[in-house]
Design a protein around this ligand. Structure first.
Ligand code: SAH
Ligand code: SF4
Length: 356
């Protein structure tokens, strides 16, 4: 498989141009075609000499994602299914600002991107891990989701969350490169403060990213405030239990001087009792973290369900009473399989049935 031109940095492009005996400003022209003019073919880069275009076509691909399906929802959240060059699928979701959270005039448009095909971490409630792990996405496949979602929606994305399929911190080298493509002025030019990486709690990688100079934000999929609850639903907790995780998070807050978000799915009969709420409040307080409560979205083939609404509110009220900033998100896109991994699983299973 030829590498993608999209994943080349200015330094790498200059080196390539030098190797070809081309003037170094050609690298700048190529970057402009890729990220500003949004070229969809190498042939169309009309200010490059024909011989250079020929060479580039032989050595590189341009876009490695193609649109397979999109679903809009009533609240205008849109979900895209993209096909990769090897026939695999990933998904991403474009979420408009919630007027309740950001005010009527907010122009915030968040894209939720995938970082891997499948996921090896096997959280019991999650569609992404159901069929196991297939492969890491490359940096151009990660950043390419933004280009394609903008193209298909006609809108400019100004906020990115790494909460789609996969565990971004298990794909750290490509994640770091994607962050460069996304934040650089020559790339997508989206500020690091508008990027949130979500992890199920990979302690060594959290520490590593804490030392990374970019001011990206961190969200933790906590979903259980004690080891006994977390062990039941997140196998990763056996490797890095709650106290080790929180030590790494406190290191993060010291290094970055910013608030972490604790994501907490409310699952009926598992983690939504007042005792977990009180423990969660203690953890959040020790870190000065924000909490996002998300009533569970049902997944085909999984037995879990969300608690009754009163129970969700009661959970939130326990946090609020202790002064913890907590939002209870009545999930956008509930009607379009917006929980990560669901649309892609349906597509892959449908293809398997077609073949059998
Ligand atoms: N692997 C990373 C990022 C992807 S998961 C992580 O776990 O943080 C992104 C978020 O979607 C996680 O908080 C995950 O727990 C949540 N999620 C997964 N399945 C869900 C479901 N059925 N309903 C609601 N949220 C879900
Ligand atoms: Fe993987 Fe995150 Fe889903 Fe867990 S919640 S299986 S880490 S994608």
């Amino acid at each position: 498989m030829r590498p993608s031109l999209l994943s080349q940095t200015p330094e790498e492009l200059s080196e390539i141009m030098e190797g070809l005996g081309e003037p170094s400003y050609r690298g700048g022209q190529i970057l402009e075609w890729l990220w500003q003019k949004r070229a969809t073919s190498i042939e169309g880069m009309s200010n490059l000499p024909a011989r250079l275009r020929e060479h580039l076509k032989e050595s590189f691909t341009l876009r490695s994602l193609s649109p397979a399906k999109s679903q809009g929802s009533r609240d205008s959240t849109r979900k895209f299914l993209f096909r990769l060059h090897d026939g695999r699928y990933i998904e991403c979701v474009l979420i408009p600002a919630s007027p309740a959270l950001y005010g009527e005039r907010s122009d915030r448009r968040t894209l939720c991107v995938s970082s891997q095909v499948g996921c090896a971490f096997g959280c019991k409630f999650c569609a992404s891990g159901l069929d196991g792990f297939t492969r890491n996405l490359t940096a151009d496949e990660i950043a390419g989701q933004v280009l394609l979602a903008e193209e298909l929606s006609g809108e400019k994305v100004n906020n990115i969350v790494f909460m789609g399929m996969g565990e971004p911190l298990a794909n750290l080298p490509q994640l770091l490169k994607a962050l460069e493509l996304i934040t650089s002025p020559w790339g997508l030019g989206i500020g690091a403060r508008h990027l949130t990486v979500s992890t199920s709690g990979l302690v060594p990688q959290i520490r590593k990213l804490a030392d990374h100079p970019q001011q990206i934000r961190l969200a933790i999929s906590l979903h259980g405030a004690s080891n006994d609850v977390r062990d039941q639903i997140m196998p990763v907790n056996r490797k890095w239990p709650v106290d080790e995780l929180f030590k790494a998070l406190s290191y993060w807050t010291k290094r970055k001087n910013q608030k972490i978000t604790l994501e907490y799915i409310l699952i009926d009969g598992i983690n939504a009792d007042p005792a977990q709420a009180r423990l969660l409040a203690q953890h959040a307080e020790s870190l000065r973290a924000k909490v996002n409560l998300i009533p569970y979205n049902t997944v085909d083939g999984l037995k879990w369900k969300r608690p009754p609404e009163e129970e969700c509110h009661a959970f939130r009220d326990i946090l609020a009473a202790r002064g913890i900033p907590a939002t209870l998100r009545l999930e956008k896109g509930h009607d379009i399989d917006a929980a990560c991994g669901q649309l892609r699983l349906k597509e892959e299973h449908a293809e398997k049935q077609d073949l059998s």
